[in-house]
Design a protein around this ligand. Structure first.
Ligand SMILES: Cc1ncc(COP(=O)(O)O)c(C=O)c1O
Length: 382
């Protein structure tokens, strides 16, 4: 096993020299140095006893951040879209009635995937940036009586957080299972899978968990497991078949695919960092950084796109002011200061900035440093 100094020597020898960036976009977010150190450790095989031992630690850490007792909780070897495809392909069969909440791009993406699996889709829509009230959600579900309900808890295309307790209660009332996209919320905001009664929640590693992209944590409730057992046909996706993946990761440990030990090391370390800080304290730190950001951005004369009380803490979406060029501001920040942020797309193209304040950057200093450079960028590109 190589020592850290050997690893550093190898770093010097590498052919890869990425520019130094501060990742203030919607993801990937800034990675803690400790995580890079974990990733520099030699890989073991995907069937090695150490891999499964580590994987158990990862499963335990994921239960904590999802706030669930679900036995079936593990990472899918894919980015967040792979978690989405796992949820959709396992719980939708041809003709399954899906009640879909769409108030942004990622709700649309769930619909795109579900239609490929031949769901019968009924939609409730809202303009990008708004959320569904409890009454609207409950009325929609009671009226449509679906088998599956899907919603996006943290809509990264708009910066809005969707509350889900009433929505999930209504779904359970009509015997539907609920799929929740928690790709951006996990690790930064309360996801509360069990308290909300979300049956299938998936996420990613590169946003609120502050690890590199490549894994998609997912958790499955006992109700949803029962639904899986009732499938009439096997999942049309072999790779994302939950029964095969769970057999590999949690039961027989028989080969299914060659999981990346390196990415598991990274996620293990990211979860250890969260455990050391404490999940509640970490969430509070993100909330505090968000409040400081909003106060600062309003002082600069910008307005937030999403109404107060419905905003994501770790992804802020201020509106682009009159006379400011969103692409020029972004280019200035990247070229001059190595700061990455993103703009809006779809109906919000050119209208909002998408600014992530997550993980190691969610501090007073991280917010103040960003606001100073952002102010400079707006003035210099005017
Ligand atoms: C809400 C949401 N769902 C799904 C995805 C897809 O994740 P990935 O890009 O990791 O495949 C994203 C990515 O930004 C997202 O924000």
């Amino acid at each position: 096993m190589s020592s850290i100094s050997e690893t550093l020597i190898n770093c010097i020898k590498t052919t890869v020299h990425p520019p130094k960036r501060s990742l203030y976009g919607p993801g990937p977010s800034q990675v803690y140095p400790r995580i890079y150190q974990a990733m520099a450790q030699p890989i073991v095989g995907h069937l090695d006893p150490y891999f499964f031992q580590l994987s158990q630690g990862v499963q335990k850490g994921l239960r904590t951040v999802f706030a669930t007792a679900n036995e079936l909780t593990f990472p899918i070897s894919a980015t967040g879209s792979g978690g989405m495809e796992t949820a959709v392909s396992n719980f939708i069969e041809p003709g399954t009635r899906l009640a879909l909440f769409v108030n942004g791009y990622f709700g649309e993406r769930i619909g795109e995937m579900a239609s490929r699996h031949q769901a019968e889709i009924v939609r409730l829509e809202k303009p990008w940036g708004e959320v569904f009230s409890d009454d609207e959600a409950v009325e929609f579900i009671r009226r449509e009586r679906p088998r599956v309900v899907a919603f996006v808890q943290a809509e990264t295309s708009t910066g809005a957080f969707q509350q889900s307790k009433a929505l999930c209660d209504a779904a359970h009332e009509v015997d539907a299972i609920v799929i929740g996209d928690c790709v951006t919320s996990l690790g930064a905001m309360p996801v509360d899978v069990d308290a909300n009664r979300i049956d299938v929640a998936y996420s990613c590693t590169q946003k609120g968990l502050s690890a590199p992209p490549g894994l998609s944590p997912i958790t499955i409730s006992p109700r949803a497991q029962e639904r899986l057992r009732q499938r009439r046909q096997p999942n049309r996706s072999w790779y994302f078949d939950l029964s095969l993946i769970s057999d590999y990761l949690t039961a027989s440990h028989r080969y299914h695919h060659t999981a990346s030990a390196t990415l598991f090391y990274a996620l293990h370390e990211a979860l250890a960092i969260i455990d050391e800080e404490g999940l509640a304290l970490r969430q509070q730190r993100h909330q505090k950084a968000h409040q400081r950001f909003v106060a600062g951005i309003e002082r600069l004369g910008l307005a937030m796109h999403v109404a107060a009380g419905h905003r994501l803490w770790n992804l802020n979406t201020p509106r682009v002011p009159e006379g400011v060029s969103e692409p020029k501001v972004r280019a200035y920040l990247l070229e001059k200061h190595g700061i990455e942020i993103a703009g809006g797309f779809g109906p919000l193209a050119g209208k909002i900035f998408r600014i992530g304040i997550m993980g190691p950057l969610a501090s007073d200093e991280g917010v103040d440093r960003f606001l100073a450079k952002f102010d400079e960028a707006m003035k210099e590109t005017a």
